[in-house]
Design a protein around this ligand. Structure first.
Ligand code: UDP
Ligand code: MG
Length: 308
């Protein structure tokens, strides 16, 4: 009998957890010839999420919970879930029912009968997300595709069922700054895509705001691309050319037309422009260095405070 591990990162999900468990439990129990386990990762929730998880685990021995000592983020929660899962197949699901449990059966079929290593949900549409967020997300994915040459599209989420081989491959990647969408793409494997309609979360609020989305996008680019470092070279080259042209034109004006060249304003603009560019470049370099610095520290990706 195959075991399916359902990994659920939870951060302040008290309003929706019971509903999620009931629906998902019904869906997974209906898959013939399988057993299941739920791994709930409480990512430092400040509401009653942990109490509800304890209750669920008390009622259903197939449920386990892991509670982080603080909010480490969804990436760390997914890693913890995968690491502790003992199923033959692992599926990552959001707690807010935006990942439809009815897809569990076709996902399992794709892995157990059709020979795929992974079956992933592809979200169609962005109903429930703001216009600004949809636009930024789409732009981000087109940029990251070009910069990393990896297969990451808007709509390809973390909702996916994977076999043990793929899970073990993901667990081999132990970096601290985890960008799981990139890691899925990096490890490869045969993936079947199942489309599903985007729905609003069943209850509660999204944990993302514009600032965290920007930082997530920036992390994704820095984790998988060194293109921003090349940018400084390109801009440096262009600036060098501009400097050459300006010197050449100054030289010709001075010697052939006897015009005086420089004005204070022009110098000021050039100086400000150059220093702002320098600052941007130093910022990008600093970001890379800080990532490397953290990586070299080999900090734990999460710390469990308690578990059942
Ligand atoms: N989540 C988490 N840690 C966080 C933020 C979110 O474990 O720091 C969980 C959250 O409880 C949910 C999933 O990640 O199960 C997706 O979060 P959310 O629904 O807020 O994201 P969205 O669907 O808006 O992208
Ligand atoms: Mg959600």
């Amino acid at each position: 009998m195959n075991k399916i591990s359902i990994i659920v990162p939870c951060y302040n999900e008290e309003e929706v957890l019971i509903h999620f468990y009931q629906e998902t439990h019904a869906a997974v129990s209906a898959i013939a010839g399988t057993s299941y386990e739920f791994l709930f990762i409480d990512d430092g929730s400040r509401d009653h999420t942990l109490d509800i998880l304890k209750l669920l685990c008390y009622q259903d021995p197939n449920c386990r919970y892991f509670s982080f000592s603080r909010n480490f983020g969804k990436e760390a929660a997914m890693y913890a879930g995968l690491k502790h899962a003992c199923g033959d197949y692992c599926v990552i699901m959001d707690a807010d029912l935006q990942h439809p449990p009815k897809l569990l059966a076709p996902m399992y079929h794709a892995l157990s009968q059709e020979g795929y290593d992974c079956c992933a949900g592809k979200r169609m549409g962005r109903e429930g997300d703001g216009v600004m967020r949809s636009f930024l997300s789409r732009s981000f994915y087109s940029v990251i595709q070009k910069l990393t040459h990896m297969n990451m599209n808007d709509g390809d989420g973390d909702f996916r069922m994977m076999n043990r081989t793929m899970v073990d491959a993901i667990l081999q990647i132990q970096e601290y700054n985890r960008y799981t969408k990139g890691i899925f793409s990096f490890v490869g494997f045969e993936t079947k895509w199942l489309e599903f309609e985007n729905v609003e979360r069943a209850a509660g609020k999204t944990k993302w705001n514009l600032k965290s989305l920007f930082s997530y996008a920036f992390d994704g680019i820095l984790s998988f691309s060194t293109a921003p470092l090349k940018l400084s070279g390109i801009l440096g080259g262009i600036l060098f050319l501009i400097a050459c042209l300006l010197s050449f034109s100054g030289f010709t004006q001075q010697f052939f037309f006897h015009h005086s060249v420089s004005s204070l304003t022009l110098v000021m603009i050039v100086v400000i422009f150059l220093s702002s560019l320098q600052m941007m470049m130093v910022f990008i370099l600093g970001e890379y260095l800080s990532k490397d610095y953290l990586e070299n520290k080999k900090r734990p990706i999460y710390i469990i405070r308690e578990q059942n």
